[in-house]
Design a protein around this ligand. Structure first.
Ligand code: 0X9
Ligand code: ZN
Length: 309
């Protein structure tokens, strides 16, 4: 469980309960399903929010993923904030109703539930980043585009950015990537936009991560400009710094690069609060409300971007 001062954060079991409650309280617009299982067998929960939620409609879809990295607990709260706002707000907020009516919003609060449970085991924090397969694989170096290509990950199992023995060797990335691929219907990917939440540094990041180049194979000038424009627009609402991922550092096998390269999804990473090393990965639970609501407008922008195309 979480240590004293952090009990406002949700454990994996508490997240699951919240998602079940969302489905029970808003059955017309909220539906809980699974993208598969983690290495240790936990269900990778997916909450869908949409009008006629039971129907598989041809409408633009938006994906929010959280907790690829175990210790980045604030991101799980970000996903729960999205669930809460779009379910509770549906009946009263016309802007939310419009978004829910015209899209399908998918939220995966725990991409790496084994890691986040380990990180809080014994009621203390363990500064754990990776999943719990062997010495741990960095899930955000295990995706199958340019995997291990470019010095942006490690081949050593003990390393914090260990990429795993092969692309999608982690059950978590394998399951979520298959789930994303399955949203391609008649050759068209329905998921249009995506934010992968991380902490920390207060950044809005876009592909590529594997190269410093802004354009080139798989990224035209116009596409790079769109990534920049949308990224800067979102950053203007939360005060984060917008930049191409590789300006932070080179990463290979990241989720964003795979989402764009293989599915043409406008895929961003948000590095949430704080800006610097204190309080780093472990802000007190009093930070949850201000630091998740801070992204409300950016979340609306990425949903509306899926609608307008
Ligand atoms: O290194 C990472 O995976 C992310 N930073 S973190 O401190 N949360 O570990 C940044 C990833 C940004 N790069 C890409 N999205 N390609
Ligand atoms: Zn991270």
């Amino acid at each position: 469980e979480f240590p004293p001062g952090y009990t406002g954060y949700h454990t994996y079991a508490e997240v699951t309960t919240e998602l079940q409650k969302a489905q029970a309280n808003y059955p017309a617009i909220a539906k809980l399903s699974s993208a598969g299982k983690s290495y240790e067998g936990r269900t990778l929960n997916v909450l869908k929010i949409s009008k006629n939620v039971e129907a598989d409609e041809n409408e633009p879809e938006v994906l929010f993923t959280c907790n690829q990295h175990a210790r980045e607990h604030l991101t799980t709260e970000m996903c729960l904030r999205i669930v809460d706002r779009f379910t509770k707000g549906y009946a009263t907020d016309p802007a939310i109703k419009k978004m829910v009516d015209s899209t399908a919003i998918f939220v995966i609060p725990n991409v790496n539930p084994d890691g986040s449970e380990y990180d809080i085991s014994g009621g203390r924090f363990h500064s754990w980043r990776k999943n719990r397969q062997g010495q741990g694989t960095d899930t955000n170096r295990n995706w199958g585009y340019k995997w291990g290509c470019c010095g942006g990950s490690s081949g050593s199992p003990s390393n914090e950015t260990y990429r795993g023995p092969s692309a999608f060797s982690a059950p978590e990335t394998k399951a979520v990537s298959n789930w994303v691929n399955a949203h391609k219907v008649n050759g068209v990917q329905r998921i249009k936009t995506h934010i992968d939440f991380h902490t920390y540094s207060e950044l809005v990041l876009w592909p590529w991560g594997y190269t410093y180049d802004a354009t080139g194979p798989g990224m035209t000038q116009a596409e790079a400009a769109k990534f920049q424009n949308l990224g800067r627009q979102m950053a203007a609402t939360n005060g984060y710094t917008p930049e191409q991922s590789s300006q932070l550092y080179i990463t290979d096998g990241s989720m964003n690069d795979w989402m764009w390269a293989t599915n043409r999804i406008w895929s961003y990473t948000f590095e949430m609060y704080p800006r610097g090393g204190s309080p780093g990965f472990y802000p007190p639970d009093s930070a949850i409300v201000p630091q998740t609501t801070r992204n409300d407008k950016a979340v609306d922008i990425i949903i509306n971007a899926a609608i307008t195309g």
